[in-house]
Design a protein around this ligand. Structure first.
Ligand code: BTN
Length: 330
């Protein structure tokens, strides 16, 4: 007996064998159902937007559509991050909140939660995160590193860098705005929200939430955001399937993350981050509750802190705070 719904089994099998067909007989046998049952599910999947062709040779996917179904992504993301388990919900208030809940109940590292419609997306510093159903990528995943809490923000820098490199592999040229925003040109294209829990200064879990503006047009964004945001499709002039971003990102992250846990420092990635820095050499304004500082962004150090140089020539190390390009001079 199948332990997963027949539809998921079929989708997973066809995605794994893409672009080759799988015989109806084999599918029916493996699932322990009739060939008619397989045919019915194939019809249902076709109606959901999966281009399934039935021929004498069996069933096959003609292309990989821009869909986020768990069984589909689970097949496409295999061989990326060890222990990756993809679960998709058509609607969720916030993927970060959901994964936090799972984490506190003992969920294992590698669980990825995706949604098509995030109704209460959260950004950094209590802001809301806008995403357009069907066009955005909103997902969160769970990590359980053996790491001291002090170093946990470095995971955010690493995720931002890896996401930038993944987008480069797909033909984009993003900049990194410290600590973990991605911009293209002068507009934000992706954001990362890290939430963690620790015991005795040792990380228990980290939830990494990623939001990417993938296929939105300018009109999809609320008016008040339009001048400050962009999407990959707006930059490229064509849409891009979201699974491509996920696959490229997780393949890279699976390589860099174990290395980071060994190094326990950002030193090996500092230069790569700097090369893509939006802020380096520019006048910035850093503000935090109760204060602000203006100066020139000089760079980041091996612990991931930002250094800025004030008018007086004094350099200051910034660990927290909201950084913006100084509107007086930029
Ligand atoms: C920011 O730039 O302020 C961070 C934005 C993070 C948004 C993502 S979307 C998926 C995940 N779930 C959330 O509620 N937020 C993060």
């Amino acid at each position: 007996m199948l332990e997963i719904p027949l539809r998921d089994f079929l989708l997973h099998s066809l995605s794994l064998s893409f672009p080759h067909p799988v015989s109806g007989e084999r599918l029916a046998q493996e699932a322990g159902v009739s060939r008619v049952a397989v045919w019915k599910e194939a019809q249902a999947l076709r109606a959901k937007g999966f281009p399934i062709q039935a021929s004498r040779a069996g069933y096959r996917l003609l292309s990989l559509p821009d869909r986020l179904e768990g069984a589909f992504l689970q097949a496409l993301l295999r061989d990326t991050f060890p222990g990756l388990r993809v679960v998709f919900f058509p609607e969720l208030s916030s993927t970060n909140s959901y994964v936090k809940e799972l984490a506190s109940r003992g969920e294992k590292e590698g669980t990825v939660i995706l949604t098509e419609n995030q109704t209460q997306g959260r950004g950094r510093r209590g802001r809301t995160w806008f995403s357009q159903p069907g066009k955005a990528l909103t997902f969160s995943f769970l990590l359980r590193p053996s790491l001291s809490l002090r170093l946990s923000p470095l995971v955010g820098l690493l995720v931002a860098l890896v996401l930038a490199q993944a987008l480069e592999e797909l033909g984009f040229s993003p900049y990194l705005k410290w600590p973990n925003d991605l911009w293209i040109g002068e507009r934000k294209v992706a954001g990362i929200l890290l939430e963690s829990s620790a015991e005795m200064e040792e990380v228990e879990w980290i939830v990494v939430g990623v939001g990417v503006n993938v296929n939105m047009t300018s009109h999809d964004f609320p008016e008040e955001l339009r001048s400050r945001v962009t999407s990959l499709a707006m930059e490229k002039g064509e849409t891009i399937p979201r699974w491509q971003i996920l696959r490229t990102f997780f393949s890279r992250f699976a390589r860099e993350y174990p290395r980071f846990l060994k190094e326990k420092s950002f030193a090996p990635w500092r230069e790569a981050f700097e090369e893509r820095s939006l802020l380096a050499g520019r006048r910035v304004r850093v503000h935090w509750e109760g204060g602000e500082k203006r100066g020139m962004a000089v760079g980041i150090d091996e612990e991931g802190a930002l250094w800025i140089q004030g008018e007086d020539g004094e350099k200051e190390r910034i660990q927290w705070g909201e950084v913006s390009l100084d509107p007086l001079v930029n």
